[in-house]
Each structure stands twice: as C-alpha cells, then as structure tokens.
Design a protein around this ligand. Structure first.
Ligand code: GLA
Length: 376
C-alpha cells in the first residue's frame, strides 16, 4: 500500500521502506537523562517510512494521515530555525546526518503509533527515517550511533530536551524481550518478558489527557536532576547511591532532594525488576511498578488525576501492579493483570473515568516487539 501510494504521490517508486516501533517503558522513568538504567520494550504499533532519492536538492514529505498535504523544502534550507510542523522530526534526522545526505528526497510516512499517548510516536518516526537514510546512503552507523543521531535531531532541531531511551528501544528492541539499557554507554541486555506464559497481560491505558506542563515540566525536572548531581559532586545521579544521597541531604534543596530520591530509587528498581523477571516473579514486578508510580506521583510530581485514577482503579480491580509511563502530565499508564481479570478491569476504569468527567480512556495491549527494520 505504502509503495503504491508513494508512486502515485511522487511519480517514482520508493527505494527503501522501513518500520520503527513506539515503546512502553516497563521501569526506569525520568532516569535516562541521569545516565541511569531503563527497561522499555517496543510495542507492535509502528511507523512506516518510504523514501527515494531525487535528482535535485528538493525534499518532499507527506504522510498517509494527511494525504492532501505535501511539505516541500530543500536540503540547503535545513536549519533548526526553519519551517515545518511534525515534519521537523524528519527534517531534524536528515539535518543530523549532515554531509552523508547528498541528494534531495521524496518521503512518505504512515504513522501507526497513537499521537500524544506517551508511546513515543516521535521516536518511531525519527527511527524509521534514520534507519532508511542509514541504509540508502550507506552511512554505516551502528544502532547506538543512530539512536544518538535521532536524539540530537529531537534535542537540537525540534527543540525537545528528551533523553536517549525512546530512540534506543525503537532501534534496538527484540521481540519477546524488554531492553535493559545503560543510558550512559548504550550497552544493552535483552531481558525475556513473557507475561503470556504466566497467564498475564500488560494493559496499556491511554488516558488521553495532555496537560500543559508537558514541555516546561519535563525540562524543569531535568534541570533539577542536573543541579542535584552537580551539588552532590557526581557526573550524573546514576553515580549517587541511596546512602550517599541520604548523607548529603543538607547540600540539596528540598525539591532537588525529592527529585533525586526518585531517580536513585527508580534506577535501583530497574535492577530489582531484572532479577524478578529472571525468576518469572511477576507478583514482585507488579509491586515494583506500583512503588514507581507512587514515587513519580509524590516525589517527581509528574502524574496527574487521570493517570492516578487509571492506576488506582487498576489496583482496586485485581491488577498485580501498575504505573504511569513516559514523560508525565498525561499519556499512558500500564498495569499487569491475569488475563481473566482484564475485561472487568477495563470496564471499571472506563466507568471511573466517566464518573470523574474525564475523556473516555483507550485500552491497548502489546507483546514486546522487534525494533526498527528495513522491510522493502
Ligand atoms: C520521554 C523522553 C524520554 C524519557 C521519558 C521519561 O519519553 O523522551 O527520553 O526521559 O520521557 O522516562
């Protein structure tokens, strides 16, 4: 479909078609930019990109979601101060490849990751393009290099101060596993995540809430963590133990201490989760998720009424544990359930949202899926 749509739109065939997934983060939230450890997995929803080189320097971009619009610019006009709306995620990746990209491009994308749901539709878009260009121009970048390139596109071109987690998992995920990622050196370990064999399922609850704090709130949390690390005399909070944090309390403001306490403990929770997953102890994993939620809510202060209601209602309806995921102030929560408890829990969460006067939530599920790939 994407191939024939591309041909109709641009009058030539695509030279490459790629896909890249969105993600759910199992554990390790707001710790990637503290050089911490995270454990996300790729979801089955993905974004597709079809690309062909052009004979000139023109860049044309369209999407299956907005077929009537073709955005046009030139390779010579790429600049973080330049034009574009969602196209900037694509332009940023082209810009980050710099001299490797030597011709104009026709690009058609088909975004299958829900927008604004906190499932990293932007990383899926960036990584589908990065994978395509890496192959098309034989740039030879490794997956960690591609992840850093996509992050730079988002940080410097789009202007979002995100960490490295979303791009890394979109590129490096393997089906059936969560990705244990060291955000300092991008080394990874695939940790098998087989809920189904234990009769369990991971429910993803898109609260459809999107609160205004999203952008400023993220940057503010990041800044607090960086100032806490500087005052503690460490490169990043990853280098601070819980004992050191407690004994250095007087060096930090109350707010910095709260933020740091979340980060240091959530990194520890990632390591604990790895151990419990290796023992297939999902009861303990569930408890850790719930603890992480409380920490994100009370210490990091990035939850919101909708996320809290989703998690609380899940817990009151037999969930083994759950938490908000992603940047915060809206987006999605996850909760682990026995398969038989899923439908009643969904009904209870939907009913609770109705009573609270919130927008109706959307429910997804996904097995851990594979990362970005060339598919044609
Ligand atoms: C967003 C960012 C990530 C990460 C998470 C929070 O998804 O893009 O880099 O910081 O928030 O864990």
């Amino acid at each position: 479909m994407l191939r024939s749509d591309f041909a109709t739109l641009f009058g030539q065939s695509p030279e490459i078609v790629t896909e890249a997934p969105g993600r759910v983060n199992l554990i390790g939230e707001h710790v990637d930019y503290c050089d911490g450890f995270v454990m996300p997995f790729a979801i089955s929803d993905r974004t597709y990109a079809a690309i062909a080189k052009r004979d000139d320097r023109k860049i044309r971009i369209s999407s299956k979601q907005r077929p009537e619009e073709i955005f046009e610019t030139s390779l010579d006009l790429l600049s973080p101060a330049g034009e574009g709306d969602w196209e900037r995620y694509i332009l940023g990746v082209i810009w980050a490849f710099d001299k490797e990209i030597t011709t104009g491009l026709d690009i058609l994308v088909d975004g299958g990751v829900a927008l604004g749901a906190g499932l990293s539709s932007s990383a899926a878009l960036e990584c589908s393009i990065a994978t395509a260009l890496n192959n098309l121009f034989a740039a030879g970048l490794s997956l960690p290099e591609l992840a850093r390139l996509a992050q730079r596109a988002e940080n410097e071109y789009v202007g979002v101060p995100c960490g490295i987690m979303d791009q890394s998992v979109s590129l490096m995920a393997k089906a059936g596993s969560a990705l244990l990622l060291d955000c300092r050196d991008l080394s990874t370990e695939q940790i098998p995540l087989d809920l189904a064999s234990a009769g369990l399922e991971l429910m993803i609850i898109d609260t459809r809430a999107h609160h205004a704090l999203v952008d400023g709130g993220y940057a503010e949390r990041r800044a607090s963590c960086e100032s806490a690390a500087a005052k503690l005399g460490v490169k990043a909070l990853r280098d601070c133990s819980i004992a050191k944090l407690e004994s250095s309390r007087a060096k930090l403001t109350e707010l910095e201490y709260m933020r740091a306490e979340h980060v240091v403990n959530d990194i520890e929770r990632v390591h604990e989760t790895v151990q419990f997953l290796k023992q297939n102890d999902f009861v303990s994993v569930g408890k850790i998720l719930t603890k992480s939620h409380a920490s994100l809510r009370d210490l990091f202060e990035i939850s919101c009424a909708e996320l809290d209601l989703a998690v609380d209602t899940a817990l009151a309806n037999k969930s083994l544990g759950g938490r908000m995921i992603g940047g915060g102030f809206g987006g999605s929560a996850i909760a682990i359930f026995k398969v038989a408890d899923i439908e009643p829990a969904k009904a209870a969460i939907a009913a609770a949202f109705k009573v609270a006067g919130f927008v109706e939530p959307r429910f997804f599920t996904s097995l851990p899926s594979s990362g970005a790939a060339v598919i044609g």
